[in-house]
Design a protein around this ligand. Structure first.
Ligand SMILES: [Zn+2]
Length: 442
Protein backbone atom coordinates (compact mmCIF):
# COMPACT_ATOMS: atom_id res chain seq x y z
CA UNK A 1 0.00 0.00 0.00
CA UNK A 2 2.71 2.46 0.92
CA UNK A 3 4.35 2.23 -2.51
CA UNK A 4 1.38 3.83 -4.20
CA UNK A 5 1.93 7.36 -5.37
CA UNK A 6 -1.56 8.81 -5.18
CA UNK A 7 -4.32 8.62 -2.61
CA UNK A 8 -6.93 8.58 -5.38
CA UNK A 9 -5.17 8.24 -8.72
CA UNK A 10 -8.30 8.40 -10.85
CA UNK A 11 -9.41 11.73 -9.42
CA UNK A 12 -5.98 13.30 -8.94
CA UNK A 13 -4.67 12.58 -12.44
CA UNK A 14 -7.92 13.01 -14.41
CA UNK A 15 -7.49 14.94 -17.67
CA UNK A 16 -8.50 18.60 -17.50
CA UNK A 17 -11.21 17.99 -20.05
CA UNK A 18 -12.76 15.20 -17.99
CA UNK A 19 -12.29 17.20 -14.80
CA UNK A 20 -14.08 20.22 -16.23
CA UNK A 21 -16.85 18.01 -17.50
CA UNK A 22 -17.16 16.47 -14.04
CA UNK A 23 -17.16 19.93 -12.43
CA UNK A 24 -19.90 21.10 -14.77
CA UNK A 25 -22.20 18.20 -13.93
CA UNK A 26 -21.55 18.40 -10.18
CA UNK A 27 -22.09 22.13 -10.18
CA UNK A 28 -25.33 21.97 -12.12
CA UNK A 29 -26.65 19.60 -9.47
CA UNK A 30 -25.21 21.78 -6.69
CA UNK A 31 -26.77 25.00 -8.04
CA UNK A 32 -30.09 23.20 -8.33
CA UNK A 33 -29.81 22.04 -4.72
CA UNK A 34 -28.92 25.58 -3.58
CA UNK A 35 -31.83 27.08 -5.52
CA UNK A 36 -34.37 24.54 -4.35
CA UNK A 37 -33.32 24.05 -0.74
CA UNK A 38 -31.74 27.29 0.44
CA UNK A 39 -33.93 30.31 1.01
CA UNK A 40 -30.98 32.65 0.65
CA UNK A 41 -29.79 31.30 -2.70
CA UNK A 42 -33.31 31.17 -4.13
CA UNK A 43 -33.82 34.85 -3.33
CA UNK A 44 -30.36 35.89 -4.43
CA UNK A 45 -30.55 34.02 -7.77
CA UNK A 46 -34.04 35.40 -8.40
CA UNK A 47 -32.83 38.93 -7.65
CA UNK A 48 -29.93 38.48 -10.09
CA UNK A 49 -32.31 37.00 -12.68
CA UNK A 50 -30.50 33.65 -12.96
CA UNK A 51 -31.64 30.09 -12.57
CA UNK A 52 -29.71 26.81 -12.52
CA UNK A 53 -31.06 26.25 -16.04
CA UNK A 54 -28.93 29.23 -17.21
CA UNK A 55 -25.83 27.24 -16.27
CA UNK A 56 -24.98 25.59 -19.60
CA UNK A 57 -21.19 25.63 -19.45
CA UNK A 58 -18.65 26.02 -16.65
CA UNK A 59 -17.91 29.69 -17.42
CA UNK A 60 -21.61 30.50 -16.93
CA UNK A 61 -20.82 30.52 -13.21
CA UNK A 62 -19.92 34.19 -13.75
CA UNK A 63 -23.66 34.94 -14.17
CA UNK A 64 -24.30 34.01 -10.54
CA UNK A 65 -23.95 36.48 -7.64
CA UNK A 66 -20.96 36.48 -5.29
CA UNK A 67 -21.13 35.79 -1.59
CA UNK A 68 -18.63 36.91 1.03
CA UNK A 69 -17.91 36.68 4.74
CA UNK A 70 -20.18 39.63 5.47
CA UNK A 71 -23.18 38.01 3.75
CA UNK A 72 -22.35 34.70 5.41
CA UNK A 73 -22.39 36.28 8.87
CA UNK A 74 -25.55 38.29 8.18
CA UNK A 75 -27.48 35.28 6.85
CA UNK A 76 -26.37 33.20 9.81
CA UNK A 77 -27.66 35.80 12.26
CA UNK A 78 -30.93 36.17 10.35
CA UNK A 79 -31.90 32.60 11.15
CA UNK A 80 -29.90 31.05 13.99
CA UNK A 81 -28.21 28.66 14.42
CA UNK A 82 -27.02 27.89 10.93
CA UNK A 83 -28.66 30.60 8.80
CA UNK A 84 -30.60 30.40 5.55
CA UNK A 85 -27.70 29.64 3.22
CA UNK A 86 -27.95 26.01 4.34
CA UNK A 87 -29.52 23.49 1.99
CA UNK A 88 -30.35 20.74 4.49
CA UNK A 89 -32.40 20.50 7.70
CA UNK A 90 -30.40 20.92 10.90
CA UNK A 91 -31.02 17.29 11.82
CA UNK A 92 -28.76 16.28 8.93
CA UNK A 93 -25.87 18.37 10.26
CA UNK A 94 -23.40 16.42 12.39
CA UNK A 95 -20.53 18.88 12.83
CA UNK A 96 -19.96 22.63 12.95
CA UNK A 97 -16.72 24.52 13.23
CA UNK A 98 -16.59 28.20 14.12
CA UNK A 99 -14.14 30.81 12.91
CA UNK A 100 -12.66 33.15 15.48
CA UNK A 101 -14.01 36.22 13.64
CA UNK A 102 -12.43 39.59 14.39
CA UNK A 103 -15.86 41.18 14.91
CA UNK A 104 -16.63 38.80 17.73
CA UNK A 105 -19.40 36.96 15.87
CA UNK A 106 -18.03 33.57 14.86
CA UNK A 107 -19.17 32.21 11.51
CA UNK A 108 -20.13 28.57 11.56
CA UNK A 109 -19.26 25.97 8.97
CA UNK A 110 -21.78 23.10 8.97
CA UNK A 111 -21.18 19.58 7.64
CA UNK A 112 -23.53 16.66 7.00
CA UNK A 113 -22.18 13.18 7.69
CA UNK A 114 -21.30 12.80 4.01
CA UNK A 115 -19.69 16.30 3.85
CA UNK A 116 -17.57 15.43 6.86
CA UNK A 117 -16.43 12.10 5.41
CA UNK A 118 -15.53 13.77 2.12
CA UNK A 119 -13.70 16.54 3.99
CA UNK A 120 -11.60 13.91 5.75
CA UNK A 121 -10.95 12.06 2.51
CA UNK A 122 -9.57 15.30 1.02
CA UNK A 123 -7.35 15.69 4.09
CA UNK A 124 -6.01 12.13 3.59
CA UNK A 125 -5.34 12.96 -0.06
CA UNK A 126 -3.40 16.13 0.83
CA UNK A 127 -1.40 14.36 3.56
CA UNK A 128 -0.57 11.56 1.12
CA UNK A 129 0.54 14.06 -1.55
CA UNK A 130 2.85 15.66 1.05
CA UNK A 131 4.41 12.25 1.58
CA UNK A 132 2.71 11.06 4.77
CA UNK A 133 2.48 7.25 4.89
CA UNK A 134 1.04 4.65 7.28
CA UNK A 135 4.44 4.18 8.93
CA UNK A 136 4.56 7.86 9.96
CA UNK A 137 3.86 9.12 13.45
CA UNK A 138 1.90 12.32 13.14
CA UNK A 139 1.48 14.93 15.85
CA UNK A 140 -1.52 17.18 15.28
CA UNK A 141 -0.65 20.40 17.10
CA UNK A 142 -3.63 22.47 15.93
CA UNK A 143 -6.43 23.82 18.09
CA UNK A 144 -9.31 21.39 18.64
CA UNK A 145 -11.73 23.94 20.08
CA UNK A 146 -14.26 24.85 17.38
CA UNK A 147 -11.45 25.19 14.80
CA UNK A 148 -12.08 23.48 11.46
CA UNK A 149 -8.44 22.31 11.35
CA UNK A 150 -8.95 20.27 14.54
CA UNK A 151 -10.64 17.26 12.91
CA UNK A 152 -8.08 17.17 10.07
CA UNK A 153 -6.25 14.67 12.26
CA UNK A 154 -8.91 12.10 11.30
CA UNK A 155 -7.70 12.37 7.70
CA UNK A 156 -4.21 11.37 8.84
CA UNK A 157 -5.64 8.55 10.90
CA UNK A 158 -7.74 7.25 7.98
CA UNK A 159 -4.55 7.25 5.92
CA UNK A 160 -3.06 4.87 8.45
CA UNK A 161 -0.56 7.10 10.25
CA UNK A 162 -0.14 6.79 14.01
CA UNK A 163 -1.84 9.96 15.20
CA UNK A 164 -1.07 11.91 18.36
CA UNK A 165 -3.89 14.31 19.18
CA UNK A 166 -1.81 17.00 20.87
CA UNK A 167 -3.93 20.08 20.11
CA UNK A 168 -2.78 23.61 20.90
CA UNK A 169 -0.65 23.10 24.00
CA UNK A 170 2.20 25.05 25.60
CA UNK A 171 5.48 24.60 23.74
CA UNK A 172 7.18 22.85 26.69
CA UNK A 173 4.48 20.21 26.63
CA UNK A 174 4.70 19.86 22.86
CA UNK A 175 8.48 19.48 23.01
CA UNK A 176 7.98 16.77 25.61
CA UNK A 177 5.74 14.93 23.12
CA UNK A 178 8.28 15.38 20.33
CA UNK A 179 11.01 13.88 22.56
CA UNK A 180 8.98 11.03 24.03
CA UNK A 181 6.96 9.93 20.99
CA UNK A 182 9.52 10.87 18.32
CA UNK A 183 6.85 11.74 15.71
CA UNK A 184 7.97 12.16 12.10
CA UNK A 185 5.37 14.68 10.90
CA UNK A 186 3.93 17.79 12.55
CA UNK A 187 1.47 20.47 11.43
CA UNK A 188 1.71 24.06 12.68
CA UNK A 189 2.03 27.64 11.37
CA UNK A 190 5.38 28.77 9.84
CA UNK A 191 5.99 31.26 12.68
CA UNK A 192 5.34 28.60 15.27
CA UNK A 193 7.57 26.06 13.53
CA UNK A 194 10.35 28.61 13.78
CA UNK A 195 9.51 29.57 17.38
CA UNK A 196 9.28 25.94 18.49
CA UNK A 197 12.63 25.09 16.92
CA UNK A 198 14.29 28.08 18.58
CA UNK A 199 12.68 27.21 21.93
CA UNK A 200 13.95 23.64 21.64
CA UNK A 201 17.47 24.89 21.06
CA UNK A 202 17.30 27.15 24.10
CA UNK A 203 16.43 24.07 26.15
CA UNK A 204 19.42 22.21 24.79
CA UNK A 205 17.41 20.11 22.34
CA UNK A 206 18.67 20.14 18.76
CA UNK A 207 15.52 19.81 16.61
CA UNK A 208 17.58 18.33 13.77
CA UNK A 209 19.47 15.70 15.80
CA UNK A 210 17.44 14.97 18.93
CA UNK A 211 13.99 14.83 17.30
CA UNK A 212 12.63 12.72 14.42
CA UNK A 213 10.48 15.29 12.59
CA UNK A 214 11.19 15.00 8.85
CA UNK A 215 8.09 16.77 7.51
CA UNK A 216 6.49 19.97 8.72
CA UNK A 217 3.10 20.89 7.34
CA UNK A 218 2.38 24.57 7.67
CA UNK A 219 -0.71 26.70 7.03
CA UNK A 220 -2.33 29.93 8.13
CA UNK A 221 0.38 32.32 6.89
CA UNK A 222 2.03 32.80 3.47
CA UNK A 223 5.48 31.83 4.85
CA UNK A 224 5.20 28.19 3.75
CA UNK A 225 5.27 29.29 0.12
CA UNK A 226 8.14 31.75 0.51
CA UNK A 227 11.24 29.77 -0.30
CA UNK A 228 13.62 31.59 2.04
CA UNK A 229 11.22 31.20 4.99
CA UNK A 230 10.78 27.54 4.18
CA UNK A 231 14.54 27.04 3.94
CA UNK A 232 15.18 28.71 7.30
CA UNK A 233 12.68 26.35 8.99
CA UNK A 234 14.07 23.38 7.06
CA UNK A 235 17.62 24.06 8.18
CA UNK A 236 16.58 24.47 11.78
CA UNK A 237 14.70 21.15 11.80
CA UNK A 238 16.42 19.25 8.99
CA UNK A 239 12.89 18.56 7.75
CA UNK A 240 10.91 19.39 4.62
CA UNK A 241 8.20 22.02 4.82
CA UNK A 242 4.88 21.55 2.96
CA UNK A 243 2.45 24.42 2.68
CA UNK A 244 -1.31 23.79 3.05
CA UNK A 245 -4.13 26.25 2.47
CA UNK A 246 -7.48 26.07 4.19
CA UNK A 247 -10.61 28.10 4.47
CA UNK A 248 -12.97 27.38 7.34
CA UNK A 249 -16.05 28.37 5.34
CA UNK A 250 -15.42 25.28 3.22
CA UNK A 251 -12.94 22.70 4.56
CA UNK A 252 -9.95 22.54 6.86
CA UNK A 253 -7.32 22.24 4.14
CA UNK A 254 -8.50 22.74 0.55
CA UNK A 255 -5.08 22.65 -1.12
CA UNK A 256 -1.60 21.36 -0.33
CA UNK A 257 1.90 20.96 -1.72
CA UNK A 258 3.04 17.73 -3.38
CA UNK A 259 6.64 16.49 -3.54
CA UNK A 260 7.41 19.11 -6.23
CA UNK A 261 6.52 21.91 -3.80
CA UNK A 262 5.78 24.32 -6.59
CA UNK A 263 2.31 25.57 -5.70
CA UNK A 264 -0.54 23.90 -3.80
CA UNK A 265 -2.86 21.42 -5.55
CA UNK A 266 -6.48 22.45 -4.99
CA UNK A 267 -9.07 19.67 -4.54
CA UNK A 268 -10.83 20.59 -7.77
CA UNK A 269 -13.34 17.78 -7.59
CA UNK A 270 -14.77 19.62 -4.56
CA UNK A 271 -14.01 23.27 -5.31
CA UNK A 272 -14.21 25.36 -8.47
CA UNK A 273 -11.77 28.28 -8.41
CA UNK A 274 -12.04 31.62 -10.21
CA UNK A 275 -9.54 34.49 -10.02
CA UNK A 276 -11.00 37.99 -10.17
CA UNK A 277 -9.82 41.57 -10.04
CA UNK A 278 -11.15 42.64 -6.61
CA UNK A 279 -12.02 46.13 -7.90
CA UNK A 280 -13.77 45.33 -11.18
CA UNK A 281 -14.89 41.80 -10.13
CA UNK A 282 -13.98 40.65 -13.66
CA UNK A 283 -11.79 37.59 -14.22
CA UNK A 284 -8.05 38.29 -14.57
CA UNK A 285 -6.02 36.82 -17.43
CA UNK A 286 -4.84 33.23 -16.89
CA UNK A 287 -1.92 33.06 -14.47
CA UNK A 288 -2.34 36.63 -13.22
CA UNK A 289 -2.63 37.62 -9.58
CA UNK A 290 -6.12 38.29 -8.24
CA UNK A 291 -8.65 37.41 -5.55
CA UNK A 292 -9.53 33.72 -5.35
CA UNK A 293 -13.24 32.90 -5.52
CA UNK A 294 -14.35 29.42 -4.49
CA UNK A 295 -17.52 27.52 -5.35
CA UNK A 296 -18.26 24.25 -3.60
CA UNK A 297 -19.32 21.38 -5.83
CA UNK A 298 -20.45 18.82 -3.26
CA UNK A 299 -20.75 20.31 0.23
CA UNK A 300 -24.49 20.07 0.78
CA UNK A 301 -24.93 21.41 4.33
CA UNK A 302 -24.13 24.90 3.13
CA UNK A 303 -23.29 25.39 -0.53
CA UNK A 304 -20.87 28.24 -1.13
CA UNK A 305 -21.54 29.72 -4.54
CA UNK A 306 -18.85 32.17 -5.65
CA UNK A 307 -17.38 32.82 -2.21
CA UNK A 308 -14.89 35.69 -2.24
CA UNK A 309 -12.06 34.37 -0.09
CA UNK A 310 -10.30 37.71 0.40
CA UNK A 311 -7.07 35.88 -0.46
CA UNK A 312 -4.90 37.15 -3.29
CA UNK A 313 -3.00 34.64 -5.35
CA UNK A 314 -2.44 32.94 -8.68
CA UNK A 315 -3.71 29.73 -10.26
CA UNK A 316 -1.52 27.51 -12.44
CA UNK A 317 -3.41 25.08 -14.70
CA UNK A 318 -0.36 23.29 -16.11
CA UNK A 319 0.00 19.62 -15.30
CA UNK A 320 2.44 19.16 -12.42
CA UNK A 321 5.60 17.05 -12.71
CA UNK A 322 4.14 14.85 -9.94
CA UNK A 323 1.43 13.70 -12.37
CA UNK A 324 -1.46 15.49 -10.70
CA UNK A 325 -3.68 17.59 -12.96
CA UNK A 326 -5.53 19.65 -10.36
CA UNK A 327 -4.54 23.33 -10.49
CA UNK A 328 -1.83 24.67 -8.22
CA UNK A 329 -2.57 27.82 -6.28
CA UNK A 330 -0.08 30.25 -4.79
CA UNK A 331 -1.31 32.63 -2.13
CA UNK A 332 0.37 36.03 -1.85
CA UNK A 333 -1.63 37.31 1.11
CA UNK A 334 -4.92 38.64 2.39
CA UNK A 335 -6.64 41.43 0.48
CA UNK A 336 -7.04 43.10 3.90
CA UNK A 337 -3.26 43.17 4.36
CA UNK A 338 -2.55 44.66 0.96
CA UNK A 339 -1.16 48.19 1.02
CA UNK A 340 -1.35 50.39 -2.03
CA UNK A 341 1.85 52.45 -2.00
CA UNK A 342 2.32 54.89 -4.90
CA UNK A 343 -0.02 52.77 -6.98
CA UNK A 344 1.87 49.55 -6.24
CA UNK A 345 0.21 46.63 -4.42
CA UNK A 346 2.45 45.68 -1.50
CA UNK A 347 1.92 42.50 0.52
CA UNK A 348 3.73 41.60 3.76
CA UNK A 349 4.82 38.41 1.95
CA UNK A 350 6.73 40.53 -0.63
CA UNK A 351 8.63 42.18 2.22
CA UNK A 352 9.17 38.82 3.89
CA UNK A 353 10.73 37.49 0.70
CA UNK A 354 13.41 40.21 0.83
CA UNK A 355 14.00 40.09 4.57
CA UNK A 356 14.41 36.31 4.67
CA UNK A 357 16.83 36.37 1.77
CA UNK A 358 19.33 38.70 3.44
CA UNK A 359 21.99 36.96 5.50
CA UNK A 360 22.63 40.19 7.37
CA UNK A 361 19.14 40.01 8.95
CA UNK A 362 17.51 37.67 11.48
CA UNK A 363 14.43 37.20 9.30
CA UNK A 364 11.99 38.82 11.74
CA UNK A 365 10.21 41.96 10.60
CA UNK A 366 7.33 44.31 11.33
CA UNK A 367 5.58 46.66 8.92
CA UNK A 368 3.74 49.79 10.06
CA UNK A 369 1.40 51.42 7.57
CA UNK A 370 1.12 55.18 8.00
CA UNK A 371 -0.77 57.90 6.24
CA UNK A 372 1.03 60.99 4.97
CA UNK A 373 -0.77 63.65 2.96
CA UNK A 374 -3.59 61.14 2.39
CA UNK A 375 -1.30 58.57 0.83
CA UNK A 376 -0.11 55.30 2.29
CA UNK A 377 3.53 54.80 3.25
CA UNK A 378 5.15 52.14 5.36
CA UNK A 379 7.92 51.83 7.90
CA UNK A 380 9.83 48.61 8.21
CA UNK A 381 11.54 47.28 11.32
CA UNK A 382 14.04 44.45 10.89
CA UNK A 383 16.73 42.88 13.07
CA UNK A 384 20.43 42.36 12.45
CA UNK A 385 21.47 38.74 12.38
CA UNK A 386 23.55 37.56 15.35
CA UNK A 387 27.16 38.48 14.77
CA UNK A 388 26.41 41.22 12.24
CA UNK A 389 28.04 44.52 13.17
CA UNK A 390 27.46 46.61 10.06
CA UNK A 391 26.59 50.24 10.77
CA UNK A 392 22.81 50.48 11.04
CA UNK A 393 22.46 53.27 8.47
CA UNK A 394 24.42 51.27 5.86
CA UNK A 395 22.31 48.17 6.48
CA UNK A 396 19.08 50.19 6.37
CA UNK A 397 20.05 51.58 2.98
CA UNK A 398 20.78 48.07 1.70
CA UNK A 399 17.39 46.76 2.85
CA UNK A 400 15.63 49.73 1.32
CA UNK A 401 17.33 49.22 -2.05
CA UNK A 402 16.49 45.51 -2.12
CA UNK A 403 12.84 46.24 -1.41
CA UNK A 404 12.76 48.83 -4.16
CA UNK A 405 14.17 46.25 -6.59
CA UNK A 406 11.69 43.56 -5.55
CA UNK A 407 8.45 45.52 -5.38
CA UNK A 408 9.12 48.87 -7.02
CA UNK A 409 8.68 51.16 -4.02
CA UNK A 410 10.83 51.98 -1.01
CA UNK A 411 9.76 51.98 2.63
CA UNK A 412 9.57 55.50 4.09
CA UNK A 413 11.98 54.33 6.77
CA UNK A 414 13.91 51.17 7.62
CA UNK A 415 14.66 50.73 11.30
CA UNK A 416 17.44 48.28 12.19
CA UNK A 417 17.04 46.62 15.56
CA UNK A 418 19.33 44.23 17.38
CA UNK A 419 18.67 40.51 17.31
CA UNK A 420 15.78 39.52 19.57
CA UNK A 421 14.18 42.98 19.84
CA UNK A 422 11.07 42.17 17.82
CA UNK A 423 8.44 40.03 19.55
CA UNK A 424 8.54 36.33 18.57
CA UNK A 425 5.18 35.08 17.40
CA UNK A 426 3.88 31.90 18.87
CA UNK A 427 1.03 30.99 16.54
CA UNK A 428 -0.03 33.58 13.99
CA UNK A 429 2.46 36.38 13.58
CA UNK A 430 1.16 39.96 13.66
CA UNK A 431 3.49 41.57 11.18
CA UNK A 432 1.40 44.45 9.90
CA UNK A 433 0.37 47.36 12.09
CA UNK A 434 -2.00 49.90 10.61
CA UNK A 435 -1.52 53.39 11.98
CA UNK A 436 -3.44 55.16 9.25
CA UNK A 437 -6.47 57.19 10.34
CA UNK A 438 -9.25 54.75 11.06
CA UNK A 439 -7.15 52.06 9.46
CA UNK A 440 -8.62 52.87 6.05
CA UNK A 441 -6.94 51.58 2.95
CA UNK A 442 -7.20 54.70 0.83
ZN1 LIG B 1 2.26 18.17 -7.98
Amino acid sequence: MSTRKFWNEEIETISRKDLENYQYHMLLEHLTLAYEKSQYYRESFDKAGVKPSNFRKLSDISKFPFVNKHIERERQQSKPLLGDMTAVAEEEVVFVSASSGSTGVPTLSPFTKKDFEEFQDVQSRLFWAAGMRPNDRYVHALNFTLFVGGPDVIGAQNLGALCIWAGAIPSDRLLFILKEFQPTVIWTTPSYAWYLGETARKQGIDPAKDLSINKIIVAGEPGGSIEATRQAIEELWEAKVYDFYGISDIFGACAGMCSERNGLHLAEDHILVEVINPDTLEPVAEGERGELVFTTLRKTARPMIRFRTGDIGTVNKEKCACGRTHVRINITGRLDDMLIVSGVNVFPSDIEYVVRNMEELSGEYRITAISENFTTKFKLEVERALGNHEPKDVLAEKVSAKIKTRIGVKPKEVIILDNGELPRATHKAKRLIDERNGGSYA
